[in-house]
Write a protein that binds this ligand. Structure first.
Ligand SMILES: [Zn+2]
Length: 319
């Protein structure tokens, strides 16, 4: 190793500590101090604060989990590819007989969908000219047991027709104005000035919200967006990216026969489906994962186990 290399690796080491601070006193004077031996995750680097002597380990998303990151992300992958939690339990009983309950799998799906979406929901996107917005109606059983009431909810999503990236998606209690407004604002924030056409169904609430959100250009004396309305009652359809997306979302949610339980869980599972669609699976029409086009800076950085690396990115520990 030349001196220059030594210097480089030294300063690289320093950088690694940059976003680490003491959980006890917030000091950034952190030093490495030995390892913590865990049963399921091997040796884990332990750190210590130079100021208050507090010792800690970095939470890579798997802190205090009793299962390996490989096993957990394998289950996420199976689940979002359409395998039911019961079937995954059978798979685990054959290959990882310890901790093989479908309840854990369900818990991981919720937990990691939330963790990853905190990261992916805030990414800026490179998109084309047109974004399509649409809704799917869901009937959610308010309680896992039957007969305790049904709630009508909506999955409201939007897709960029060029990259096929799901720009926004959310499982919502209703289609009321406030929800639609928030969703359109979100589309605007993530795509900035790239979108020229917003396509929606005939829901009248959209008319004002689309124009108001995207604004009026005083200089050119026109709205900065074209609002295209698809009139389903006259037999028109989106015929296109968003319809295909909805077919696959419906297909996936059919295998667990709808949602039973809290809105929170339904929200998290739908986020997981969005992540799967945007980051994990290749889109057949474009032969890419949508993120490779919409977030080019991430291309090639997610490795083979994309679930694992998305969790690490969300926890800010990927170099
Ligand atoms: Zn400290």
């Amino acid at each position: 190793m030349t001196r220059e290399d030594q210097f480089k690796s030294k300063s690289k080491n320093k950088n690694k500590y940059k976003n680490l601070s003491c959980p006890n006193c917030k000091s950034e004077q952190i030093i490495k101090r030995g390892f913590r031996l865990t049963q399921n995750r091997g040796r884990i680097q332990r750190y210590s604060c130079d100021d208050c002597d507090y010792r800690f380990v970095k939470d890579d998303g798997f802190y205090r989990m009793r299962n390996s990151p490989q096993k957990i992300t394998l289950c996420l992958d199976l689940f979002f590819r359409g395998i039911s939690t019961r079937k995954i339990q059978e798979h685990l009983q054959a290959f990882y007989p310890k901790n093989a309950s479908w309840v854990s799998v369900y818990y991981w799906v919720i937990r990691y969908s939330k963790i990853i979406s905190k990261f992916t929901d805030n990414l800026k996107l490179k998109v084309g000219k047109e974004v399509q917005v649409d809704e799917i109606e869901y009937h959610r059983r308010k309680h896992p047991r039957k007969g305790l009431g049904i709630d009508k909810n909506w999955f409201i999503d939007s897709i960029d027709t060029t990259t096929r990236f799901i720009v926004t998606s959310g499982y919502e209690k209703s289609r009321e104005r406030e929800n639609l407004k928030r969703i359109l604002k979100n589309i605007k924030n993530k795509t900035e000035n790239q979108v020229k056409i917003i396509t929606t169904d005939g829901l009248t609430a959209y008319t004002n919200i689309v124009k108001k959100t995207f604004g009026y250009n005083n200089k050119e004396r026109k709205y900065t967006i074209k609002h295209k309305v698809v009139n389903a009652s006259q037999g028109e359809g989106f015929n296109h990216p968003i319809e295909r997306l909805h077919n696959s979302v419906r297909h996936r949610t059919k295998t667990f026969r709808g949602f039973h339980g809290s809105v929170e869980s339904a929200k998290a599972i739908m986020k997981g489906i969005e992540i799967y669609y945007n980051f994990i699976t290749k889109h057949q029409a474009i032969n890419y994962c949508p993120y490779e086009l919409a977030i080019p800076q991430l291309k090639g950085k997610l490795g083979n186990n994309k679930w694992l690396n998305l969790i690490r990115l969300a926890k800010r520990i990927l170099d």
